[in-house]
Write a protein that binds this ligand. Structure first.
Ligand code: FAD
Length: 424
């Protein structure tokens, strides 16, 4: 049977379904643009759920991300966030977290300080905005409050005992316990399965019943991030009432519920917001013309052709397939955009794996101008209607700088502003 081709039109085609792509669609809708978004699973299922802004600069952990951004502008003027004002970055965070709140996942508002986000192995890292389900854990650590952390028989990659032992010096009132998750006796269990099971009231009540006798003066209870996939704030509130203590989530190792939860929330809410979303389709080819581009996608049953007036590229780095490399060079996968890079592959890496300066390859990527338009070696835009955002951009090392979501959100905000201006 001959495959059909479905055709759609849009003002802005967003390529990529990571934080940058989803943020770009949200901002573009807030600016009144018609949006279609395409992508595939990527780094999102790996994220902790924390939204970092700038946690480390000049090899020091920073409490004040805004002061660190001021320093970044001096020290790294080419960093993608250096051309953006603190006010516009704050507006971007507010726009993103407000939209998440409307979709049913509460996040803390952009503040003046970084927070100490708890990690599964009993460490903390600087982050900026956290899911409301995780905030009480940060407060409990700050206050050194009497807290019980619980894990489950058969759960891999999260140990309440290890969490307790690693935090012991900083948090003497912390204790741990292991339970059998209701209905999941004698088997290996996965956070995603536990989260989906906790969507039901029966499981919520059964788990609360197991936790309640352990409390004995405990003020806070920490669980791995499993408080439902869809309404985590409601489930937390209900379970807090049932156990009579404050409850919080701790991120687990990837793939983890907070990232899957974000992705499923966007997938559920975007059609209502008017975004034409294809979350399981990669863009295979793009043909540019003066007034926009045609995108070609190949689904399992049919092909898709998208007429777009502008394109925003947010395809991430190697893990998500936005960049690739061979023995000689690094390239951008979809449009073959120029990547400014050393001649010699030896210059991609430093000698020492743990060199505190990081490796040069991590800062290679797509070069953009002040309007977030990819540029050629002479600095001229590759195409008047092409924009880029997120981890694919050059001159940043988001892992080392602890700025993953901040970079994605802030640059998506700026790139959609430029796209909206270009589209009049
Ligand atoms: C293990 C891990 C932990 C993390 N923890 C944190 C954290 O604690 N805090 C934080 O702020 N950030 C964290 N991040 C970073 C964060 O998840 C994002 O990777 C980062 O914000 C960059 O987002 P992005 O949208 O630019 O790219 P990505 O998230 O990499 O998304 C790129 C998207 O583009 C899609 N794509 C690629 N090629 C095509 C194509 N041809 N057509 C269509 N789509 C395509 C991919 O499928 C993917 O959906 C973590 C990441 C990882 C991997």
């Amino acid at each position: 049977m001959k495959r059909g081709t479905r055709k759609i039109e849009t003002q802005l085609a967003v390529i990529g379904t990571g934080i940058a792509g989803f943020a770009a669609s949200i901002f573009a809708r807030q600016r009144g643009l018609d949006v279609a978004q395409f992508g595939h699973s990527g780094a999102m299922a790996y994220t902790t759920g924390y939204l970092d802004l700038l946690g480390v600069h000049d090899r020091r952990v920073r409490q004040d991300p805004w002061a660190a951004l001021d320093e970044l502008r001096q020290d790294e003027p080419q960093h993608p966030m250096s051309g953006l004002s603190n006010a516009s970055i704050r507006a971007a965070f507010d726009g993103f977290t407000d939209a998440l709140g409307d979709m049913g996942i509460g996040y803390t508002k952009a503040g003046d300080r970084n927070l100490s986000g708890l990690l599964p192995n009993g460490l903390a890292k600087p982050t900026f905005s956290v899911p409301d389900t995780m905030l009480p854990g940060i407060t409990a650590l700050e206050r050194g409050a009497k807290t019980l952390v619980v894990d489950f028989e058969g759960l891999q990659g999260f140990s309440a005992k290890a969490f307790e032992v690693n935090f012991r010096d900083r948090w003497p009132e912390l204790s741990s316990a292991r339970l059998t998750f209701p209905g999941m006796e004698n088997r290996q269990v996965f956070p995603e399965v536990l989260a989906r099971s906790l969507e039901t009231r029966a499981t919520q009540e059964a788990l609360a019943e197991l936790i309640r006798p352990l409390l004995k003066g405990v003020e806070y209870v920490g669980l791995p991030a499993i408080l439902g996939m869809h309404m985590p704030d409601e489930i937390r509130a209900r379970m807090e009432e049932a156990i009579g203590a404050r409850l919080f989530e701790i991120p687990t190792i990837p793939p983890a519920v907070p990232g899957i939860r974000l992705r499923e929330t966007f997938e559920r809410s975007f059609p209502e917001m008017g975004v034409q979303l294809e979350p399981q389709l990669k863009v295979a080819e793009v043909d540019f013309r003066p007034s926009g581009a045609t995108l070609h996608l190949h689904g399992p049953m049919e092909d898709l052709e998208v007429e777009a007036s502008a394109v925003l590229l947010a395809t991430g780095r190697f893990l998500s397939g936005g960049l690739k490399s061979d023995q000689d060079s690094l390239s951008e996968t979809l449009l073959d955009l120029p990547i400014s890079q050393p001649q010699d592959r030896d210059a991609w890496f430093r000698q020492e794996y743990l060199d505190p300066r990081g490796h040069p390859i991590n800062r290679l990527g797509v070069e953009v101008d002040g309007r977030f338009q990819p540029v050629a070696a002479d600095g001229a835009p590759i195409h008047e209607r092409l924009f880029a955002a997120g981890a694919i951009l050059a001159h940043q090392d988001w892992v080392r700088q602890r700025c993953g979501a901040g970079l994605a959100i802030a640059t998506a905000h700026a790139a959609t502003e430029s796209a909206a201006a270009a589209l009049g």
